[in-house]
Write a protein that binds this ligand. Structure first.
Ligand SMILES: [Zn+2]
Length: 123
């Protein structure tokens, strides 16, 4: 087991004195360290949020009438990222609609997608 003398501050690396479970030399180091973690978490979430926002904009642009049929290739060319969506709606027949917020698509035959808009969104 590590003795207190061998423990160093997670933030600045200075040697810690006192309790064995201490992680920081000061409140300032604790706040700085936790802010760094929060920043990294925000960076990850912002990255994904940006992809979702872009996906929604692409669907909106490709589907101005609210219902259209389009190839996956065209969605790919527009920069659509099929990995990210906000929800999935499965019909009784087992068809899966993938949504990016209110804009969605249903993969259909021959690498085609049916683009749809979900109205009456309940939050
Ligand atoms: Zn420190």
């Amino acid at each position: 087991m590590a003795s207190p003398e061998n423990q160093t501050c997670y933030e600045c690396g200075s040697r810690l004195k006192g309790r064995v479970d201490k992680k920081f030399c000061s409140d300032q180091c604790r706040v700085t360290f936790n802010n760094k973690i929060k920043r990294e978490e925000n960076r990850v979430m912002n990255h994904i949020n940006n992809i979702l926002r872009k996906n929604r904009n692409i669907l909106l642009k490709l589907n101005p009438q609210g219902k259209s049929r389009i190839s996956r290739e065209r969605m790919n060319e527009a920069g659509f990222n099929f990995t990210y969506f906000t929800s999935v709606y499965t019909t009784k027949e087992g068809a899966k609609y993938y949504y990016c917020y209110d804009q969605g698509y249903l993969p259909i035959e021959k690498d085609q997608c049916l683009l749809v808009v979900r109205k009456n969104f309940t939050i």
